[in-house]
Design a binder for this molecule. Structure first.
Ligand SMILES: *Cc1c(COP(=O)(O)O)cnc(C)c1O
Length: 458
């Protein structure tokens, strides 16, 4: 017999699953599987809240609304495709580098069975990295290359392997945070290496490194300040200056450059060395992300001395941090387009970064023309500036024409409604102006962008 328990009594007031499904799904077109899963989750949460006395009797209208919302979420593809009109080429919250269609096709083609770890001639097991390593060494001239899941993994693997139980020497000026979850000292804390901070936030000298280096040193690390600048009374050492000390002490010098490109961007006026420049300047290893300036999929790429790369590959952590076959296929395609010399046309990141003012103006004019007669108070083309984003080139501002829109109502409200439109449109808000930056849009997106904006212009 049931005890006269007040909680039990309240449980009984909750609707049955079927009733909740029916009420939440009425005239919505939502599928039964999603409604059922949502209703169960909502009821479980409601029971837990009743048990913990976090709420009184829950109104069944609210439970139905919550079920409806959750079912809608469950049916949505993830991640939802969006149109990026922010001008931020490597937008961390929008998935960083957009893949080239060819790279995406290569990933899709790799989804089935493939000779990922099999040598077809002999039938023997081989490394999944054999092909990509070859492309990377051919492109960079580095002795050896390794690819893992992402650059954070590459750094973790390097310090864990090369400074196992020993110290990693790092300037306090490079003890950085790159996006909330990547903080240098925390990554080091997760490895078997110990951090040895040298210098101060603004100035680090050779003697700071000289005093710290000793038998307990595993490696010297240089980290690129990817998302901020240090200006004023500052001093830091270049790889050229650190190289002799590292060699004299017999410790590896490792550069985490965050972003790496294989294209000579300086020829196009962008102050960024090629990814392997650090090796020429005295580093033994350099590492960077696949989905920043390189313009490929998420990956962590390591280039440099063969003996060090081989030691890293033998660390059991390498297996835990390995790159998956879809990313590997997309990366291989991306590297091949670089080797072939077609990357400037084929990689979206490079196309956006190097878009000519003429190209951008033509797109801006098409957008502005499309918005003629819409309900906006004012639409004009102005000179604006985009940033690269994604922890790359913090000092660089890319200038070019943008479309400025003065809405009749609140600009923040309009930006929110654009984010929530059927195909979300992401824009920049500058005071009371909405900025649509054509740099991160493709020609074939423009009609849709106009339609989304026009619809919300009244
Ligand atoms: C972006 C960045 C990382 C992290 O790279 P992920 O590929 O996102 O893991 C590490 N170090 C630096 C300096 C970076 O800029």
């Amino acid at each position: 017999m049931e005890r006269p328990d007040p909680v039990n009594a309240r449980y009984r007031q909750l609707p049955a699953v079927d009733r909740l499904v029916e009420r939440a799904g009425k005239d919505t077109g939502l599928a039964r599987w999603s409604l059922l899963a949502a209703a169960r989750a909502v009821l479980t949460a409601a029971r837990a809240a009743l048990r913990d006395e976090k709420m009184g009797g829950e109104d069944s209208g609210r439970l139905a609304a919550r079920t409806h919302e959750l079912a809608r979420c469950l049916e949505q593809p993830f991640p939802q495709s969006v149109l990026n009109a922010t001008g931020v080429v490597l937008h961390t919250n929008l998935g960083r580098a957009p893949l080239a269609p060819g790279a995406a096709q290569a990933a899709a083609a790799a989804a089935g069975y493939g000779a990922l770890e099999m040598d077809l001639a002999s039938g023997d097991r081989t490394s999944r990295l054999r092909h990509v390593s070859q492309l990377l060494t051919l492109l960079s001239g580095a002795e050896a290359a390794l690819v893992v899941n992402n650059n954070a993994a590459a750094l973790l693997l390097a310090v864990d392997t090369l400074a196992n139980g020993r110290e990693v020497i790092l300037s306090r000026g490079e003890l950085v945070e790159i996006g909330g979850s990547f903080r240098l000292h925390e990554i080091l804390g997760a490895s078997r290496a110990r951090l040895c901070e040298v210098g101060t936030t603004n100035r680090t000298h050779l003697y700071d490194y000289q005093r710290a280096v000793g038998p307990d040193t595993g490696l010297i690390l240089k980290v690129h300040r990817s998302n901020f600048e240090l200006r004023g009374y500052t001093h830091e050492l270049s790889l050229q200056e650190l190289g002799p000390l590292a060699r004299e002490q017999g410790v590896p010098l490792v550069e985490d450059r965050g972003s790496g490109t294989f294209v000579d961007l300086r020829r196009h006026g962008i102050p960024e060395d090629r990814a392997w420049a650090g090796l020429e300047q005295g580093a033994d290893l350099v590492m960077f992300s696949g989905d920043k300036l390189l313009g490929g999929p998420q990956a962590g790429i390591v280039l440099g001395r063969r003996d060090l790369v081989e030691r890293m590959a033998r660390n059991p952590l390498a297996r835990a941090l390995r790159v998956d076959k879809l990313a590997l296929a997309a990366l291989t395609w991306t590297l091949r387009s670089l080797l072939e010399g077609s990357a400037l046309e084929r990689l979206p990141v490079l196309r956006m970064l190097l878009a000519s003012p003429r190209e951008l103006r033509a797109r801006a004019e098409r957008l502005a023309k499309g918005l003629e007669g819409s309900g906006f108070a004012k639409v004009s083309i102005e000179e604006g500036g985009s940033v690269v984003g994604g922890g790359a080139l913090p000092e660089l501002e890319l200038s070019g024409p943008v479309v400025c829109i003065a809405p009749a109502g609140s600009v923040g409200e309009l930006a929110r409604r654009l984010r929530e439109s059927e195909t979300p449109l992401l824009v920049r808000v500058q005071r009371d102006t909405l900025v649509v930056d054509p740099r991160t849009l493709a020609d074939e997106d423009l009609d849709q962008v106009v339609a989304i904006l026009a619809k919300l212009s009244h």
